[in-house]
Design a protein around this ligand. Structure first.
Ligand code: MCN
Ligand code: CUM
Length: 796
């Protein structure tokens, strides 16, 4: 099989788009993973370890009348049974969420979503703990649930958060961005205005490994060690210190190998806190691991935005303004993980890749009787929703103007000479060159031939669709002046030590969940300091071993920690230069750095390698005046701005007119993430994100019935794509470096998840054009497509 990757890779890497040295090297972590030697949380087994299981609410909204734990306590293998009331006595029944709300660790007064934590059991083994859950008798007084987000603010709607003083309705926040009056003025005089209701359903990241932890509290020296499925070990440690009142220096959070995070492992879940409490209470290590249903029903969901998009344009296709109104379902507790000043994440980039005159967004967020969460699943802090909105509404406009969707986009692109470009909602895009990326995707796709083929097929009554999307992402949060999580500024520490024999260790604050950091961060350091990646160990995921930083999400590792790694290596190199000048007995100005060695200018024979310098830095003899021994450095990098990767995606679908089944025939993705570190890993990230996109566009939705029962509690009901549903991805790349990142790299980990759903939906809607359909909501399952074809009303 020849993939586009092969066809284009050679050409791509031979031009000036060279990735950093060692480019497509194989992943250093893979020998361990492919042999089944990864070490995940559930592999942690400590002597005397007990097992914790959580009793969860079977109903969405109810007052707790009584809890009888006596039978469970009498179980011979049970060591402790803990309820909300018991936690309340210690002031631990509630914990802060990442968005400044509070969430019940165990319910005391009411349960507020199906699957909420009500009590926990600690037992000698996992099975006994689960068995004992069935012995707990809870009496519930069932209340009317709020499941329809559109009714959450109705007068008389049950108030979910009566725990909050003075709370009289289900309102969470109002938020707006852009200029309402200026936008109204443009809309009032525009030739064409198109408006469309668009729903981005609630979906779940569904990582292979569910959430869990092992808590080990040492009563003698008061130390807590927590192995935990976390994407942000340092931030979690600080929050545990605040919640549990433990001194921070006595807490060690270890994130071992993680079997996929996708944002679902950013929040602190009640289960982690329960395990910590259980270990403190019993004096033994305690393990908690969720099962699949618990993961799907109670951990951070994603999306759940109901949007009205409006676009104003001139008759000849100049887009003038975009306006949107959003109703956001935040579930029972506002557990969204976003920088404090950004309650709607980075949704403000809904103006997309287009040069507009005005834009405005108004959003209302509400509580419903559903699990908390809101930004997981490779969301780039809500850019998924923003890109879906703009790329769907631009297609609606193309439909009304009867224009080709590519031509409409190209006509409105922000031009290369406009960067840095300030959008009408205040985001400053660092760099971009959009049209070549779009043209490259068209070239790989054979866009014009595809359109000709489509015309022929349509004439035969076949349903073929071609969908386009073009996205600009904003990744790499901070800078810290604008961005913090619960007061913790979004900057990243990094530390590099070169040992006497010239081997190195780089210590990161970010934590990989499968993205290949052990490889790519070694590559960044290797490029800067000339030590081969094999000789550079990447240490991460352990707060005792690494400097403070905010963790991995929002594709921030490369933009923030990647920059930190490059700069810390340069700092070491600067010191190495001083030592080299002593060794070669020339002035610093006479030295030239070339791949791993300092050479005396004009005397190529005279040089010292970084390894020679490392030995000298630690060895006998004098160093130049004022230079300390050792060869190491550390920094804390505060990014100047986010980085703004972009991409052009084209999707080709066929719909079976008899069954309404959508088949994704081809998918072409051209991504631009600035300077590439490892093109193979980037392709892997893109392939994964595109697969996510097929899932969301065609299959995935966490639905609820009227009683608030979650209908997506197993992978039989919540469908995720397999290799059978996805095509051979065709990828291509362009490179527009970030001007402020030390090596020009931008993030890429969420690009494809962000960019692909609109391309797929646009393709399906394009295929349905003969039916006069302009929009249909995700997931485009056969039944939804069938209904759309029959003109049936869309589900709410
Ligand atoms: N990379 C590169 N060159 C670039 C940019 C990135 O080689 N110019 C490489 C990086 O070195 C890194 C990978 O691509 O190995 C992703 O980098 P980056 O875009 O910085 O994203 P993060 O490492 O911060 O990863 C987070 C991102 C997010 S937020 C989600 S959600 C997601 C994603 O990554 N979750 C994932 N990809 C995932 N991939 C796997 N396998 N598992 C997850 O849980
Ligand atoms: Cu929003 S999912 Mo990722 O940012 O960890």
């Amino acid at each position: 099989m020849t993939t586009t990757d092969d066809r284009f890779a050679a050409e791509f890497e031979s031009n000036d788009h060279k990735p950093v040295g060692y480019g497509r090297m194989l992943r250093k972590e893979d020998p361990r993973f492919v042999r089944g030697k990864g070490r995940y949380c559930d592999d942690v087994r400590l002597p005397g370890m007990l097992h914790l299981a959580i009793l969860r609410s079977p109903v969405a909204h109810a007052r707790i009348v009584s809890i009888d734990t006596s039978a469970a306590e009498a179980h011979p293998k049970v060591k402790a049974v803990v309820t909300g009331a018991a936690l309340a006595e210690k002031g631990l029944a509630w914990m802060p969420t990442l968005s400044g709300d509070v969430q019940a660790v165990l319910a005391t007064d009411k349960v507020r979503f199906q699957g909420q934590e009500v009590a926990f059991v600690v037992a000698e083994d996992h099975y006994a703990a689960r068995d004992a859950l069935e012995l707990i008798d809870v009496e519930y007084d069932v209340l009317e649930p709020v499941t329809d987000v559109r009714r959450a603010l109705d007068p008389g709607a049950p108030v979910i958060r009566d725990d909050l003083e003075g709370k009289e309705n289900n309102h969470v926040f109002d938020w707006e961005t852009g200029d309402e009056a200026a936008t109204e003025a443009v809309f009032a005089t525009a030739d064409v205005v198109v408006s469309q209701d668009i729903v981005y359903p609630r979906v779940h990241p569904a990582p292979m490994e569910t959430c869990g932890c092992v808590a080990d509290y040492d009563r003698i020296d008061g130390r807590l060690t927590l192995w935990s499925t976390t994407q942000a070990p340092h931030a979690h440690r600080t929050l545990y210190a605040i919640v549990a009142g433990l001194p921070e220096h006595k807490i060690r959070v270890i994130a071992p190998d993680i079997g996929g995070g996708f944002g679902g492992k950013v929040p602190i879940y009640p289960g982690y806190v329960c395990a910590i409490v259980a270990s403190i209470v019993t004096g033994k290590p305690v393990k908690w691991m969720e099962d699949r249903s618990e993961n799907l029903t109670s951990t951070g969901f994603a999306r759940d935005y109901i949007m009205r998009g409006e676009i104003a344009a001139s008759r000849d296709g100049k887009i003038l303004a975009v306006r949107t109104n959003v109703l956001a379902d935040h579930g029972a507790f506002n557990g969204v993980a976003a920088p404090v000043k950004y309650p709607a994440g980075f949704f403000g980039v809904f103006t997309g890749s287009y040069d507009l005159q005005a834009a405005y967004c108004r959003m209302t967020a509400v509580h419903t009787n559903k699990a908390p969460g809101g930004v997981a699943y490779a969301c780039s802090f809500r850019i998924t929703e923003a890109v879906y909105l703009i790329e769907r509404i631009v297609d609606c406009l193309a439909y009304e103007l009867e224009m080709d969707p590519v031509e409409l986009r190209v006509r409105n692109f922000i031009q290369p000479d406009q960067f840095p470009y300030r959008t009408k909602t205040g985001w400053v895009y660092d760099s971009g060159d959009y049209e070549p990326t779009m043209r490259r995707a068209m070239e790989i796709a054979g866009y014009h031939e595809l359109r000709a083929e489509q015309a022929e097929r349509r004439a035969r009554g076949e349903l073929m669709g071609i969908g386009v999307s073009f996205f600009t992402e904003a990744v790499g949060a901070g800078p810290r002046k604008d961005m913090d999580i619960l007061g913790l500024g979004m900057a990243d520490g990094c530390e590099l030590r070169v040992h006497p024999t010239g081997k190195a260790v780089v210590r990161l604050s970010v934590q990989t969940q499968g993205q290949g950091h052990e490889t790519t961060f070694a590559q960044i350091v290797a490029e800067e300091i000339g030590i081969p990646p094999a000789d550079i160990d990447v240490v991460h995921g352990d707060t005792d071993q690494t400097p403070f930083g905010l963790g991995t999400y929002g594709s921030r590792s490369t933009p923030v920690s990647g920059a930190a790694a490059a700069l810390v290596a340069r700092k070491v190199r600067d010191k190495a230069r001083l030592i080299a000048s002593g060794m070669l007995e020339v002035s610093v100005a006479d030295l030239e750095w070339r791949k791993g060695a300092f050479h005396v200018k004009g005397d190529p024979g005279k040089s010292v390698t970084i390894q020679d310098i490392a030995m000298r830095a630690h060895g006998a003899g004098d160093l130049p005046e004022g230079v300390e021994g050792g060869l190491e450095a550390q920094i804390c990098y505060n990014p100047e701005n986010l980085t703004y990767p972009h991409g052009a995606y084209i999707c080709v679908v066929d719909i079976d007119p008899g069954t309404a089944q959508v088949k994704v025939r081809r998918f072409i993705a051209v991504d631009d993430c600035g300077t590439q570190i490892n093109p193979m890993i980037i392709e892997g990230q893109v392939h994964g994100g595109l697969t996510d996109g097929v899932g969301m566009a065609l299959m995935e939705m966490i639905a609820f019935d009227e009683d608030g029962n979650c209908l997506g509690g197993s992978l039989m009901d919540y469908l995720i794509p397999t290799s059978l549903e996805v095509p051979d991805w065709e990828t291509g790349f362009t490179v527009t470096p970030s001007p402020h990142h030390p090596i020009g790299a931008k993030g890429v980990g969420e690009s494809a998840t962000v960019g692909s759903p609109p391309a797929i939906v646009n393709a399906v809607v394009d295929a349905l054009k003969p039916f006069g359909i302009r929009h249909a909501d995700m997931p485009l399952t056969p039944s939804r497509v069938w209904d759309a074809m029959r003109g049936a009303p869309q589900p709410p």
